[in-house]
Design a protein around this ligand. Structure first.
Ligand SMILES: NC(=O)c1ccc[n+]([C@@H]2O[C@H](COP(=O)([O-])OP(=O)(O)OC[C@H]3O[C@@H](n4cnc5c(N)ncnc54)[C@H](OP(=O)(O)O)[C@@H]3O)[C@@H](O)[C@H]2O)c1
Length: 259
């Protein structure tokens, strides 16, 4: 699809992959709207890219999504691309006795329910456009889990599945549906993980990952799997037991500390 002169909404656009999408898509001549919870972070992005527009909005709150929809469609009726990028990733030890049930599933509200609610809310508007797209940012971990982050990986497998169904349901509309499955990428998301957790993963530079994402959209590659994400998908089919064992080493270490 053409990636100039669009109006693009990017959730979680003030840092990491969202920030780099903001940077590269602004340079291509698009109008960019970003969301996030942390206003200071969005103010810093606005200072770097004065032409962007920021909206404080929590993707895990359906009421906030409804308000965002009202504001954006009124102010920016040309909106034609939605990028569901916001997400969090945590290590979770199921043996841990601390923590509430609500907290355990926080990633589901942000990474899975959030994009589904955003799609439902913005779809009628996107369907009115002559060219439109939705890109959901899943992960290479949608294909094989990293068991130290069990809930995160479940959300990404779920989002990948939802995106496939959405593409089929929208096949007779003008709305294209992309799934961006990044591999490990250098952003703050990985700050909570140590070298041992990520052993075997070659972390991609965010600039290169986003370049691949944009090229994928421009060439209508609907499932975009940069770098090692492609290998993860291939291995999940060719040698699922082997790749899961490789991905399980950090849990093996964690279990040894519990002995
Ligand atoms: N980095 C990787 O290795 C990697 C690999 C595969 C997939 N991904 C996916 O790529 C996406 C972006 O991640 P990243 O690496 O760029 O991480 P990041 O640097 O931590 O950025 C995540 C962004 O999401 C926003 N966010 C988090 N919760 C939110 C909420 N409830 N409502 C609105 N915004 C929220 C954050 O802003 P606020 O804190 O201000 O809300 C932040 O701007 C995520 O979906 C992630 O799962 C990343």
């Amino acid at each position: 699809m053409k990636l100039t002169s669009n109006t693009i909404l990017i959730t979680g656009g003030a840092s990491g992959i969202g920030y780099e999408l903001t940077k590269q898509l602004t340079a291509l001549g698009n109008t960019i709207l970003i969301t996030g919870r942390d206003q200071a972070k969005m103010d810093r992005a606005k200072a770097a890219f004065p032409k962007i527009h920021t909206f404080r909005s929590d993707v895990s709150d359906p009421k906030a999504i409804a308000t965002l929809y009202e504001e954006i469609t009124k102010e920016f009726p040309k909106l034609n691309i939605l990028i569901n990028n916001a997400g969090i990733m945590r290590k979770i030890n199921v043996h841990d006795k601390a923590g509430s049930l609500e907290d355990l599933t926080r990633e589901i509200e942000i990474n899975l329910s959030g994009p589904i609610h955003m799609v439902k809310q913005f779809l009628p508007h996107l369907k009115t456009k002559s060219e439109a797209a939705i890109m959901n940012v899943s992960s290479g971990l949608a294909f094989v889990p990293l068991p130290i982050s069990p809930v995160y990986c479940a959300t990404k497998a779920g989002l990948h599945s939802f995106t496939e169904s959405l593409r089929v349901q929208l096949k007779n509309t003008k709305v294209k549906v992309f799934d961006l499955a990044p591999p490990a990428t250098q952003t703050e998301l990985l700050d909570g993980f140590d070298v041992e957790d990520l052993k075997g993963a070659s972390t991609m530079k965010v600039e290169d990952m986003v370049k691949a994402a944009i090229k994928g959209m421009q060439t209508d590659r609907f499932e975009i799997r940069p770098g090692q994400a492609n290998q993860l998908k291939m291995m999940s089919r060719l040698a699922p037991g082997f790749i899961l064992k490789q991905m399980s080493r950090s849990v093996d270490r964690m279990l040894r500390t519990l002995d």
